[in-house]
Design a protein around this ligand. Structure first.
Ligand code: DCM
Length: 152
């Protein structure tokens, strides 16, 4: 019986490690300029279309979080960002992994982000952040985003 229990326990531990190995990091960028935060409106899937989120996406194999953030912002908005450091908590994305946010600067002061893959891109002042129709994970970040946006 003891051996059976040990074997069962080991199977559970192995399953848990598999789960952790499968947990993917999705990086998001909190970009602030002149007291406003850069947000994007999703165009897909249908369940998320119309909702607002931070720019970002999945970290690909062999890529660092910072590299993924720079690549995603370039693909999604045609801009080059410079990541500065982590912001707020990691947020579970059910069935996907974890959403991890980094603060970032836009490299050029005059460049305007474009909605390449999204429905819209918008600069939003701190006072209007709580009123956006956020995707669920990003909504958790609103207090941290308000604090960040107020201080820049
Ligand atoms: N995601 C999110 N918030 C973001 C960016 C992404 O919740 N700011 C989620 C949506 C998807 C997954 O991460 O479940 C991958 O994003 P995408 O579909 O944009 O590649």
């Amino acid at each position: 019986l003891v051996l059976r229990l040990l074997a069962a326990h080991r199977t559970q531990v192995e399953l848990r490690s598999l789960e952790l190995a499968a947990a993917k990091i999705v990086v998001a960028a909190a970009v602030v300029r002149e007291g406003k935060l850069l947000v994007q409106q999703r165009s897909y899937p249908m369940s998320l279309a119309g909702k607002w989120e931070l720019p970002g996406g999945r970290v690909e194999p062999g890529e660092t979080e910072v590299e993924a953030l720079v690549r995603e912002c370039h693909e999604e908005m045609g801009v080059v960002v410079r990541p500065l450091g982590r912001l707020g908590p990691d947020i579970p994305l059910p069935g996907v992994g974890l959403l991890r946010t980094h603060t970032a600067w836009l490299d050029a002061a005059d460049v305007q982000p474009r909605a390449v893959e999204h429905r819209a891109v918008r600069w939003v002042a701190a006072a209007h952040l709580a009123g956006l129709d956020w995707v669920a994970a990003d909504r958790v970040l609103v207090p941290a985003l308000v604090a960040l946006t107020e201080q820049v």
